[in-house]
Structure formats: C-alpha cells, structure tokens
Design a protein around this ligand. Structure first.
Ligand code: C5P
Length: 254
C-alpha cells in the first residue's frame, strides 16, 4: 500500500504559496492530514480521497526519503544534523505525476526500498532537516485542497487542518500487507525481517524528540487492522464530508 498519486502534477518547491487554513473561505485552501505509522495504507487512502475530492496530494515521506538518498549520494554522515540540514535546504525536490525528481533525477523507485525508509527515518530526526522541509510542505497547499500524508501532518505541519485522520493497524498486520505487496511485485521478501524493520522504524518515529509520531489533537483514529482498503476509504470519505460540511457552515456564520 505505497500507492501515491496526485491528480495533477504538483510541486511543493514552487507551490502557489496558498496558506494552510481550516476554512474553505477567503481563498485559503483546506488541508486534510493523514498520519500514522508505516504500512497502514496512508498513501492509498490519501490517493483515494484526492481522487474523490479532486484535490492535490502531498506525500511528505517521499521528501524525507529524498533527503536520505541525497545525503547518502553526497557521502554525508546521515547522523550529522547540520550537514544533512544544509543539504535539505539546497536540494530541489519535485513531484511530476507519479514521479519524484531529486535535482532533476527520477528517484521514484530508488527511494521506495526498505533501505530508503530507514535512511529517511535517520535524517528525519534532525530539526534542521524538518524545518527545511516544513516550508516545502506548507508551500504545497493549493486550491481546491490538499491531502497531506505523513507522521506529523496534523500535529505540526498543518495544525489547522480541516480534518485529521490517524490511521493505525497492528505491526503484524502491517508486516503481512507489506510482504504480500512485495511478493505480488515478484520481489524477494521475508516476513520476519519486514516485521523487525517496521517495528524499528516505529520506535524511531515515535521516540524522536522533534515532531514524533503522535495522535494529533482532534484526530479521528481509524484502526484498519480488520478493515479492507475500501472500508477505510469509505470511512475517510464520510469523515471528510462531515468535516468539510462543518467548515462551510462555520464560514457561513462568520
Ligand atoms: O511515509 P514513509 O514511509 O515514506 O516515510 C519514511 C520516513 O520518513 C518515516 O519512517 C519517518 O521517519 C519520516 N517521515 C517523517 N515525517 C513525515 C513523513 C515521513 O518523519 N511527515
């Protein structure tokens, strides 16, 4: 469930500069934040919501994956906060339909590997990296709206999101899904290794000091362990309808 899609090509680096806002008025584009640990299907749900609402998508994990890859390519020590932060301010990351371009180079497949996830988690602990990416993420907001998926979308990047969804599932279920996905692609996979890698990444993402993975205030928690993707999407769509209706009603009363 790593599907990532955007209806239109979008470019967080050169976004329209519209501000994040909770309302649907005043030209400010609304944001729906989807957070949760790895392997809960955030990308698939974000894509489904975007398709239904005709909104843009921000895959914030891809940004961290790109910084991890860029740092490795530059021969940097991934644990060096200043060096990696400096690099994060200099690189150019662009989304073009389903492609992710790092300084013009198509890295869409390279960033998706298990190693790419681990690299991303290592560089994601550094405050200078997070603040460089914060600007890019906020610049991705544009009408008619943005579905932002990641770990701190609702808690930190878009605290005014019109809807915050926190997707969860047991580690066993998430590892099984990832295993199935890799096997379907004809790739080699080992369930025990995947389970271990997911738990390590969870621990890093939840335990880090800056912007750890938490349930944002006001987030709707959806446990997808025993649900199909269709069921999760239906629930997310109904939450989106309710939240957008309430935001419109609030705007009407102002
Ligand atoms: O979502 P994805 O698996 O692509 O994210 C890769 C890693 O990037 C996460 O495990 C996490 O460490 C980091 N990340 C983050 N904040 C986000 C998105 C991703 O720290 N908003």
């Amino acid at each position: 469930m790593t599907e990532r899609a955007s209806k239109q090509p979008h470019d967080p680096a050169t976004g329209s500069g519209a501000e994040s806002g909770s309302g649907t008025d005043g030209g400010r584009a609304p944001v729906i934040a989807i957070d949760g640990p790895s392997g809960t299907g955030k990308g698939t749900i974000a894509a489904g919501l975007a398709r239904d609402l005709g909104w843009h998508v921000l895959d914030s994990g891809a940004l961290y994956r790109c910084i991890g890859l860029a740092a490795e390519r530059a021969g940097l020590d991934l644990d060096n906060a200043d060096a990696v932060g400096d690099l994060a301010r200099r690189v150019e990351i662009r989304f073009d339909s389903d492609r992710v371009l790092l300084d013009g180079d198509d890295v869409s497949s390279e960033i998706r590997t298990a190693a790419g996830g681990v690299r991303a988690s290592r560089v994601a602990v550094h405050p200078p990296v997070r603040s460089a990416l914060l600007k890019l993420q906020r610049a991705a907001v544009r009408p008619p709206g943005l579905i932002a998926d990641g770990r701190d979308m609702g808690s930190n990047v878009f605290p005014d999101a019109v809807l915050k969804i926190y997707l969860e599932a047991t580690p066993e279920e998430r590892a099984k899904r990832r295993y199935k996905q890799l096997k379907e692609k004809g790739l080699d996979a080992n369930l025990a290794d995947l389970d271990k890698e997911l738990r390590e990444r969870d621990a890093l993402d939840r335990g880090r000091e800056h912007s750890p993975l938490v349930v944002a205030d006001g987030a709707v928690i959806i446990d997808s362990t025993d649900l199909s993707i269709e069921q999760v999407l239906a629930r997310a769509l109904s939450e989106a309808g309710r939240a957008l209706g309430a935001a419109r009603a609030d705007a009407g009363q102002e």
